[in-house]
Design a protein around this ligand. Structure first.
Ligand SMILES: *Cc1c(COP(=O)(O)O)cnc(C)c1O
Length: 448
């Protein structure tokens, strides 16, 4: 850090909810009209309040409204918006080197991020990392690396999975609408198998794993599979926490059959669940871990981290890309790792759970449309159903999210059935703000 760096203007953002216009306000409406002419409808926005700046757990829009951000840009600004250490690291780096192309001229930041990932991903074995820009790119590269290592083609994925929107990752993602419908043809050799969804399948982890393994053995054959890719806690699919023992049984089967076991921790990783990677909660040591979203405090960066022998199967020049591991994004990621340690953010995730989970269970006791409450650390969700059934209640979800937005709280939805409300606050959120957001949620239920 140098003292020539201008203090971020976000210092003026107080950590409070404030609604001063209709939502969206007049300046947002004007921007939205320009957007409709220039940006296709295929790129949707959950709430067309245009954001001007953000800090900590607060988003401020162009009309001066301030929202408590319960989504952190889909679990990206995990350590808080415009975290001071990230801003300082980025400012310093951007003045020194913005690009060199690591595959042409290397630099230290890339190496340091790879070292930090080797240190913080599960397992003490030798690991290596490749850096890319987006989550989908990490998935694409993970599959490619696993295929090269095993000499096999098959890619196994689970029901309700989300892995991205590129051609290969659309084929791997479960939900056709909106992610894949009409965007084919899709690459082959992708095989989908049942997951563990305790609320809906009622299976023990052992029974769910038996079902998944039997399905893959029948429909593909273990010896044709290069990899099995799982989200330890499914993200877009609805924050399904698998039954105990499900994931370890899958990993044991992969290990016994030479299948690379890949944990897609793009949403569940980087301290979100109170561990660096959610795999730790399940006692997993994946052969490969994919990171993105929260890794660089809002800058685009993703990583593939795997056993050294898996990574080293790819020949020189086979992996890379122009922007992968951009120096500014790497500087931000290094600051994120430092902040997780120095701010005690793993414990903060657990603290968020200890406030949020009981509050959600209290709401469930009061409202019979909350079918399920689930989550670990600061990755939590509720599933809304029609009373006395497991039928998705999408209307209630829409009302609740709209009410909250009008009252200054931004909530994200999820779920294959479009009926899941997910809570992904920044770990920097204060207990007061978190309680305030929960209070607005309670009002939203009461207003139904
Ligand atoms: C977001 C996400 C991806 C895709 O990441 P992008 O950066 O949007 O390409 C892949 N897997 C999981 C689990 C995700 O949550």
């Amino acid at each position: 850090m140098t003292d020539t760096i201008v203090k971020p203007s976000t210092d003026s953002i107080t950590q409070e909810r404030r609604i001063v216009t209709a939502i969206p306000g007049p300046k947002s409406e004007a921007l939205h009209r320009r957007r409709l002419a220039a940006v296709p409808a295929g790129v949707n926005s959950a709430l067309p309040a245009y954001i001007e700046s953000a800090h900590g757990a607060i988003l401020r829009d162009v009309d001066g409204n301030q929202f408590i951000d319960m989504g952190a840009g889909i679990g990206v600004t995990t350590i808080g918006h415009t975290d001071d250490a990230v801003v300082a690291a980025v400012a310093e780096q951007v003045a020194k080197l913005t690009h060199a192309a690591f595959t042409i001229s290397p630099y230290e930041g890339y190496v340091r991020v790879a070292e930090l990932l080797a240190e913080h991903t599960p397992g003490t074995h030798a690991k290596k990392s490749v850096l890319q820009n987006s989550g989908a790119e990490a998935v694409e590269n993970g599959v490619k690396i696993a295929r090269k290592y095993t000499g096999r083609n098959g890619v196994a994925v689970l029901d309700h999975a989300y892995h991205g929107r590129t051609s290969l990752t659309m084929a791997m993602t479960f939900k056709a609408m909106p992610y894949a419908l009409g965007f084919g043809p899709f690459p082959g050799d992708v095989y989908r198998a049942p997951n563990s969804y305790p609320y809906r399948d009622g299976l023990s982890g052992a029974d769910a794993a038996k079902r998944t393994i039997a399905y893959l053995e029948k429909s593909v054959g273990a010896s044709d599979l290069a990899c099995l890719i799982v989200e330890p806690i499914q993200g877009e699919g609805g924050f399904q926490v698998p039954a105990e023992g499900f994931l370890p049984a899958l990993q044991a089967w992969c290990t016994a059959n030479g299948i690379v076991f890949i944990a897609d921790e793009i949403q569940s990783g980087m301290a979100r669940t109170g561990a660096y990677f959610a795999s730790e909660h399940f006692g997993l040591v994946p052969d490969m871990v994919l990171s993105a979203k929260g890794i660089a405090g809002g800058l685009p960066l993703s990583a593939i981290t795997a056993r050294a022998e898996i990574m080293d199967a790819s020949h020189p020049g086979g992996l890379g890309g122009t922007f992968g591991g951009n120096p500014v994004a790497c500087a931000a990621a290094i600051a994120v790792f430092e902040q997780i340690e120095s701010e005690g953010l793993l414990a903060k995730a657990a603290g968020i759970h200890s406030i949020l989970a009981p509050a959600l269970r209290d709401l469930q006791a009061k409202y019979d449309i909350i079918g399920d409450v689930r989550g670990i650390g600061a990755m939590n969700a509720i599933e809304l159903v029609l009373p006395g059934t497991q039928e998705p209640n999408t209307a209630a979800l829409a009302s609740i999210v709209a009410y909250a937005a009008q009252h200054g709280v931004l909530f994200l939805t999820a779920g294959t059935y479009g009926n899941v409300l997910r809570f992904l606050p920044s770990l920097a959120i204060s207990d007061e703000l978190l309680r305030e957001a929960i209070g607005v949620l309670g009002e939203a239920f009461a207003a139904l």
